[in-house]
Design a protein around this ligand. Structure first.
Ligand code: NAD
Length: 637
């Protein structure tokens, strides 16, 4: 029942978002010596209420937690260690930092959320009066203090002589709400009853109707790409940017008071580690706005930091693009999606609170204390260094099959957000949030412009172009060739690549470490009999790429060419073609597959690994290069 009702709470985004909130149940457990202990099973750090499993609850000895609550003071890092040493299972996750407070509440089940409606009411100039009017006398209003030990002590002092039976919940001003009960249902019902009371209070005052909705102008996507690059530079690493142009996001971006109401702080201090204190607000000049944000963040840090702290990166995590929408940033698509969701709730809650006299978040110093809290810093450190292409955005043509498909998968596996474009669609189960597909005929300029634009709209910019789409025409000697064979080979293998480059360059110019990888062919250095159209088109493509390397170097865009040969797990090589070619050389299919100096088979994945390396930092000083991927060929060497 504890797991079940925790998931119910976690599945409602207006109660908790992405790992927020916590729940517990008091029960008994045996230690290895057979002794029974009273235990608090409390949500473990790193678990999300929406998806929590039984093992997500850390079993902590209740007697030790209650003794901790009697200490006059305790640093939060010491609290974390003390809680760990009170675990009955050393393999359990770190108990929630609110475990001591859960332990003090004398009911079996305890629930804690950051319900939107509750924080909207308390984050107002007369928050306490509004809360009293909304929730009635059977709740305890707790002034804001830092979560963790200080909060537990404050509640301990306030409840020393209260009759818990006469109290239905704690309203933590500027933070959230606790409820409890002797059953999971009773605690859950108390939560829903109090949050509903808050919603009715807001509704009666027109709060929900006050949320602005409008349509946005499309916005210049180059401006979006420029903003993403500026913000990535401030962050010191590439970030994807997700543009939200929902009616609510556009309504907020067009709000006449947006500069003021967006700049007062987050809905609950819990969000600050994800969102920073305030968003960046800009119109059409992202560079100036980013510099002002950086300077303001530095000033904020210096106003509140003591000498022991190191400043975090001064990059915003979300932005309001005036009249255009709301943008969320993150080192991965998943991180940006979390910020996107938090921002969606934030813009609504801010406007509800405006109706109650004005949105007023916690003070700058309270928010700073949470942003630079030792425990939050520890969470950040645990995240590790990530994958090589985290935060980069890639566009791959011909991604429905063979080499293109392997490249899209590999870039996405290495962290990039990828858009694949192909004349053929792919089944929707092959799409993921980080690997999207568009049907696009690269020989049509309008298709290409749409697919490239959609890439920027989805992920905020473009860093990596893999120009791969191609066809391998049937063998025909020059004197026998029909015109369409020649024309089609040139249209797809050469002309379309110029179009794709042309469409991508305006965005690549503002990309992060921008890189173009062109898929040529062994036929460029070593052409084959009967392959005039293919070899000539690929030679032209290689020359196009070399000129691109010359032209784009000044913008920092690298252009390199890979020349694969005999990559058999692709659409080009049907079993019939393979058998015919092997027979033509008088060898078996297996011998034909290994017919290179190293005697190895070259797979699409081998080409994909080379593309990822060329696009990544290993080759950051290389442009204009041509690299064979052919197992070694004496005609090429
Ligand atoms: P493939 O047929 O598996 O993939 C090519 C993809 O390009 C297909 O999904 C196809 O639908 C797509 N495509 C074709 N025309 C298109 C158009 N007009 N618009 C959009 N997409 C289009 O073959 P592959 O071997 O993976 O080919 C990828 C690239 O690798 C090609 O440029 C090819 O010349 C090159 N190459 C392949 C080999 C090999 O042995 N397979 C060797 C050297 C070079």
């Amino acid at each position: 029942m504890r797991v079940y009702s925790s998931r119910l709470l976690g599945s409602e985004s207006s109660l908790v978002l992405h790992g927020g909130g916590n729940t517990s149940v008091k029960a008994t457990a045996l230690d290895p010596f057979g002794t029974t202990h009273d235990v608090l099973y409390v949500k473990g750090s790193g678990w999300d209420l929406a998806t929590i499993e039984p093992q997500g609850f850390a079993p902590v000895r209740l007697d030790l937690l209650r003794r901790l609550s009697e200490l006059p003071s305790l640093a939060d890092s010491a609290l974390v260690r003390a809680q760990r040493s009170a675990l009955l299972d050393p393999g359990a996750p770190d108990p929630s930092i609110e475990a001591v407070l859960h332990a003090m509440i004398p009911f079996a089940y305890v629930d804690h959320t950051h319900a939107d409606a509750v924080v909207a009411i308390t984050n107002t100039p007369n928050g306490e009066e509004h809360a009293r009017a909304a929730f009635g006398p059977r709740v305890l209003l707790v002034p804001y203090v830092m979560p963790g030990f200080k909060l537990a002590r404050t509640v301990g002092d306030m409840t020393r002589s209260i009759d818990w039976e006469g109290c239905d919940g704690l309203i933590l001003l500027g933070h959230g709400i606790f409820t409890w009960g002797s059953s999971a249902r009773a605690s859950y019902d108390a939560m829903i009853r109090l949050v509903t009371a808050a919603e009715e209070y807001l509704d009666a005052r027109g709060a929900f109707r006050s949320v602005r909705r409008s349509e946005c102008g499309a916005g210049d996507l180059v401006t979006l790409a420029r903003l993403r690059r500026e913000v990535s530079e401030l962050a010191g690493r590439p970030l994807v940017a997700r543009l939200n142009q929902s009616a609510e996001a556009c309504g907020f971006a067009a709000h006449e008071k947006v500069d003021s109401i967006a700049a007062r702080g987050p809905v609950t201090p819990d969000h600050i580690i994800r969102t920073k204190r305030v968003p960046l607000i800009f119109g059409d000049e992202p560079a100036d706005a980013a510099m002002s944000y950086r300077d303001a963040y530095g000033d904020y840090f210096r106003r509140h930091a003591d000498g022991s702290l190191t400043m975090l990166d001064p990059a915003p995590r979300w932005a309001v693009w005036r009249d255009r929408g709301v943008i969320a940033f993150g080192p991965t698509v998943a991180d940006a999606n979390v910020v996107h969701d938090i921002a969606e709730h934030t813009v609504a809650v801010i406007q509800w609170a405006e109706v109650l006299g004005g949105w007023c978040a916690l003070s700058e110093s309270d928010l700073f204390a949470v942003e630079y809290w030792e425990l939050e810093q520890a969470k950040l450190r645990k995240r590790g260094s990530g994958r090589p292409l985290d935060g980069r955005v890639a566009f791959v043509t011909g991604a429905a099959s063979g080499i293109g498909r392997a490249v899209a998968h590999e870039l996405s596996r290495q962290g990039a957000a990828v858009v694949g474009a192909d004349i053929r669609g792919v089944p929707s189960d092959q799409e993921t949030p980080t690997c999207r597909h568009f049907v696009c005929d690269v020989t049509k300029a309008s298709d290409v412009a749409r697919a490239v634009g959609e890439t920027v709209r989805q992920f905020g910019g473009l860093d990596i172009l893999v120009s791969n789409a191609g066809v391998f025409p049937r063998s025909a000697r020059i004197e026998e060739m029909d015109e369409s064979l020649w024309q089609d080979a040139l249209a797809i293998n050469l002309t379309s690549h110029q179009r794709v480059l042309q469409a991508c360059i305006p965005y690549l110019r503002h990309g992060v470490e921008p890189s173009v990888v062109v898929i040529g062919s062994k036929n460029v250095p070593a052409p084959g009999l009967g392959q005039a159209a293919y070899s000539a088109s690929k030679a032209g493509l290689t020359q196009l790429a070399r000129v691109a390397a010359l032209e784009l170097a000044a913008d920092g865009i690298r252009v390199n060419v890979l020349h694969p040969n005999a990559v058999f797990d692709t659409g080009a090589w049907t079993p019939e073609v393979l058998a015919a070619r092997a027979a033509a050389y008088g060898v078996s299919v297996e011998e034909y597959k290994h017919n290179n100096l190293l005697g190895v088979e070259v797979a699409a994945h081998d080409v994909a690994l080379a593309v990822a390396a060329l696009a990544g930092p290993s080759f950051r000083r290389t442009t204009g290069a041509q690299i064979p991927i052919d197992g070694g060929n004496d005609r090429v060497i």
